[in-house]
Design a protein. Structure first.
Length: 653
């Protein structure tokens, strides 16, 4: 989680619409929607005006018999004409006719009847104001409001000045009916406008939400590589600022890895740009599959990628992850039916060792990448080597080990295992050596930890098993049958590799029986996943393989797992052996181990035996097997064969 997510190809779409054209179209659609709404409301208001006027006219003719009846008839005709205009789509003419008709009719009724004391007529004066507000035209609204005020003012001045006094009539049923009709018309128009306002607010909220989502998507696209879906350089800069602040606070280092594909141009030119794009997407997926959770993978452009590696715990983390990245990209990719290998050159810069600024670190990682490319490609380099000597050493070790595997610079030496009582050779242990030109033999203590940390031990361990079996076969063919070889296995081989199949393949390729091979396991390996390993060891034991526990007593020694696993021998660590003649505490430990092994039917072998006194003490404590310089150091294969011939006492397998 990593923090990137899955890589998918972006959808294929047509050319994007120009933003200005999109805005014009959106505005035109909005105006058209508003025009249709106004027209629909205008029809509704006209319908109410016609119905209301018809009711007022009937009320006047049947109950009142006032002088307003002729004006109501004229108004009814005006409203019906306006309604016809609205159905013809002539909204403006219809609207003006409606407002004018209402103002004129109400003005006449007020002047001829009770003046501003006529509550129904005064309330009816608000109807054109509401209609003009609905129309959304500010000039029309203010004009209508002003005309309504002038009409009311003129009617009131007639009373105030005495030019046209109005007389109050008694309240009758007809007045109540008129008031109810006007109230219903005004109330219905306000209700329609309120509903439109709610819809408008809802639409505005939806538009705002859509705008926010569109803005979010645009911002996301601005920080994503469209081809791979990975963060781009701008996004990586933001990630760096956050992680650098955290690294500074926690006093940890931050890695910037810069990768460039070595043969992308060849693929792109030979298979075409679509194939090149497909390869880049597959490379992105491959990088995501290797990095740790919290690491950020980005595509900078072209065939260049970057990995931001926070929370570096130790110097081993940098070469371990770098080696995984380089190793993963050496595996073939399948593009358009062709198998393509996309190796990479990798440059590394560290924060704060190599700089504090993102641009500076990227530049230095890029410089280191070009050094790696100039060194022969499919390699990695660290910038500013003087400031990162430990990391550089591990990087050199990983590069060297990879080269050693490719060019046969690893070799096995064999140290005899001896029956202390009679001096017979009972077997030997295969010990890995690395012979580097110009440096000679490099001891395992220098490179095995880095190999285990990086996972390269899986490939090295596979080679060790295969070479040990091949050597046993060569000894058999040379007239030295019966030699058994013990091989150390790393816990990493069990966790990352198909160790069972690797062992069977090594035996089959050399045409050996399983009893010629002994596998040395660590105590921690058995403790970590006892259920899983119990089944695995049982299957291998049934084939004839034997097992020993290496460096017994230095780990999580307990009787429980010894009883659960089919182990044949315990190896007493050299730390208990080298001073056994003088250290009574170590003597007690060795005696206890011998007794435990004897009770479980296991043999015991002591390593690191360097003098006869130590051998005699071990024999006294009940340990009958040993290995060490007292008898012989680890020997090359031919020297070991000579040693066996000289001793003439190799125990049969």
């Amino acid at each position: 989680m990593n923090a990137n997510g899955p890589v998918t190809a972006p959808p294929t779409t047509g050319p994007p619409e120009h933003p200005a054209r999109a805005e014009i179209d959106a505005e035109e659609n909005l105006l058209e929607k508003r025009r249709r709404l106004v027209l629909r409301r205008l029809k509704q208001f006209l319908g109410m005006a016609v119905a209301g006027t018809l009711l007022l006219l009937l009320n006047d003719l049947l109950l009142v018999h006032s002088s307003a009846a002729p004006s109501l008839v004229v108004t009814l005709g005006v409203f019906f004409t306006a309604l016809c205009l609205s159905y013809q789509g002539r909204a403006r003419a219809s609207l003006i006719l409606l407002i004018t008709g209402v103002l004129a009719t109400v003005g006449v009724v007020l002047w001829l009847e009770q003046g501003i004391r006529d509550s129904a007529a005064v309330m009816a004066m608000t109807f054109p104001v509401v209609v003009s507000a609905m129309a959304g035209s500010r000039p029309l609204f203010f004009t209508t409001t002003a005309l309504a005020a002038l009409v009311l003012m003129a009617v009131a001045l007639g009373d105030i000045t005495g030019l046209h006094p109005h007389h109050v009539r008694p309240v009758r049923l007809s007045a109540l009916i008129s008031l109810e009709v006007v109230m219903l018309a005004v109330g219905a128009s306000i209700a329609l406008i309120a509903r439109d306002l709610r819809h408008a607010l809802h639409d505005a909220y939806q538009q705002a939400a859509s705008a926010r989502e569109a803005r979010r998507q645009m911002e996301a696209l601005a920080f994503l590589d469209p081809l791979t879906g990975l963060p781009n350089r701008a996004a990586m800069a933001q990630h760096f600022e956050r992680e650098a602040a955290r690294a500074s606070r926690d006093q940890r280092r931050l890695g910037v890895f810069f990768l460039d594909l070595d043969n992308f141009k060849t693929v792109n030119d030979s298979l075409g740009h679509p194939a090149g794009d497909a390869l880049l997407r597959q490379v992105a997926e491959a990088l995501l599959s290797v990095v740790r959770k919290g690491d950020v993978v980005s595509r900078i452009g072209g065939d260049e990628f970057m990995v931001l590696v926070p929370d570096l715990q130790s110097d081993l983390d940098v070469p371990a992850l770098a080696d995984k990245l380089v190793k993963r990209l050496t595996q073939p990719f399948h593009v358009d039916g062709a198998s393509v290998t996309a190796t990479c050159s990798l440059g590394i810069a560290l924060y704060p060792d190599d700089g504090h600024d993102f641009a500076e670190l990227v530049k230095r990682a890029d410089t280191a990448m070009y050094h790696a490319k100039n060194a022969g490609r499919n390699a990695l380099r660290l910038f500013n080597e003087d400031m990162n000597s430990n990391v550089v050493e591990h990087l050199h070790l990983l590069n060297g080990m990879r080269q050693a595997l490719e060019h046969g610079r690893f070799e096995l030496h064999y140290q005899p295992q001896i029956n202390i009582r009679n001096g017979d050779i009972v077997g030997c242990e295969a010990l890995l050596r690395w012979r580097e030109p110009g440096l000679g033999l490099i001891p395992p203590s220098r490179f095995i930890p880095a190999a285990e940390k990086s996972g390269l031990i899986v490939e090295i361990g596979t080679w060790v098993l295969q070479e040990a079996c091949r050597q046993i076969k060569r000894w058999d063919d040379a007239g030295l049958p019966g030699i058994t070889v013990a091989v150390n296995l790393s816990s990493v081989q069990f966790k990352r590799g198909d160790i069972e199949q690797v062992i069977l393949n090594a035996l089959d390729s050399a045409r050996l029986t399983a009893n010629r091979l002994e596998l040395e396991l660590t105590e921690s390996l058995l403790i970590e996943d006892s259920e899983r390993f119990s089944g695995l060891l049982k299957r291998l034991n049934e084939l004839g393989l034997t097992f020993s526990i290496d460096d017994f007593g230095t780990g999580y020694s307990n009787l429980g797992y010894l009883n659960r696993f089919d182990v044949d021998r315990l190896k007493i660590d050299r730390s208990f052996v080298h001073d056994i003649c003088t250290d009574t505490h170590h003597q007690t430990i060795v005696r206890a181990v011998v007794q435990i092994a004897g009770s479980l039917g296991m043999a015991v072998i002591a390593e690191g035996v360097e003098d006869q006194a130590t051998a005699d003490k071990l024999l006294e404590l009940g340990c009958e097997l040993g290995q060490g310089w007292l008898w012989s150091p680890a020997l090359a294969a031919d020297d070991y064969a000579a040693y066996v011939r000289q001793q003439g006492r190799a125990a049969p397998a």
